[in-house]
Design a protein around this ligand. Structure first.
Ligand code: CA
Ligand code: CA
Ligand code: CA
Length: 293
């Protein structure tokens, strides 16, 4: 009896040891569970401290239904149409407040190009990727336990993938992409972010590159978003286009091309120039390439 009680204590300690990530009936559900952690570089630009900003949430700009099914560059496999499970999800503030939707892929351990299952998920300010209730580990109900490459993607950031297959089962596996020691596919797959790493931001046109100047630059798409905004009657290049926009590089709920706090300046000065990979100066055509196969 005493041993059984100790086992119970250990189990509950495990449950509460997860930082803001709850767990409901893990053993009773089929499929696999994942506790991924990522940071978005854009949401950290000029942020105070290690938490990502949640301005999209606090300004009621986050969609209740995932945005990825409607985007050509995101192919839904065995899911789609996820929506927040109750009205309280976007009311949470603090470390576990929701930053945005992300897109999680489980890929074949034998061929990293093959996506076997996807889920849209919610991202907390402290980096936890959670299910549509805003707190549970992400659940893939139809996926068999086994080894998978795990990739996390975002609508205006470059995606990132584990370099090794990860054994997944019904107990939530921690896969921490924000840990600089965690091996990711390719080279320089993520940006430095203090003592952690973050997914590269600024991919406004949703290709596989972040470019501020030169051919196919993302800056032009920020400019277009602002100039073509319905409310920008006089085509002012410093118009502030409030909303849920790909052009909103720093995810503060405003697409801004010119003037204070412009997303173009964030792209150029906070993302591309400090990348130090291959960007010699402000006038050069530099690019950061997504490291997904
Ligand atoms: Ca958390
Ligand atoms: Ca791009
Ligand atoms: Ca912005």
């Amino acid at each position: 009896m005493k041993v059984k009680f100790l086992h119970l204590c250990t189990f509950f300690l495990f449950l509460f040891s997860m930082n803001g990530v709850g767990q409901n009936n893990a053993a009773a559900q089929a499929g696999v569970k994942l506790h991924a952690r990522v940071l978005l570089q854009g949401a950290l630009i000029n942020a105070n401290g290690p938490l990502m900003r949640d301005d999209l949430r606090s300004n009621n700009l986050l969609p209740w239904v995932e945005p990825y099914s409607a985007m050509a560059r995101f192919t839904v496999v065995g899911s789609g149409g996820e929506q927040v499970s109750n009205s309280g999800v976007f009311q949470v503030t603090g470390d576990n407040a929701i930053v945005d939707w992300v897109f999680v892929e489980l890929r074949s351990a034998d061929d990293p190009k093959i996506v076997l299952a996807t889920r849209s998920a919610l991202l907390q300010r402290d980096g936890d990727v959670v299910d549509v209730d805003g707190s549970s580990p992400l659940h893939f109900p139809s996926v068999a336990a086994g080894d998978y490459l795990v990739a996390v993607r975002h609508r205006n950031h470059l995606g990132v993938m584990s370099v090794e297959a990860i054994a997944l089962n019904k107990l939530p596996k921690v896969v921490d992409f924000s840990d600089p020691e965690f091996p990711t596919y390719g080279v320089n797959a993520q940006a430095p972010a203090g003592n952690r790493v973050a997914m590269w931001g600024g991919n406004v046109n949703q290709d596989k590159l972040v470019i501020a100047r030169g051919p196919n630059n993302d800056s032009f798409y920020i400019f277009s978003n602002v100039m073509l905004a319905a409310g920008n009657e006089h085509y002012a290049n410093n118009y502030i286009n409030a909303g849920y926009h790909l052009a909103d590089v720093n995810l503060d709920g405003m697409a801004i091309y010119s003037g204070p706090n412009s997303d173009y300046a964030h792209l150029l000065y906070k993302i591309v120039l400090p990348s130090t990979l291959n960007c010699p100066d402000v006038n050069a055509s530099c690019m950061i390439r997504e490291q997904l196969p």
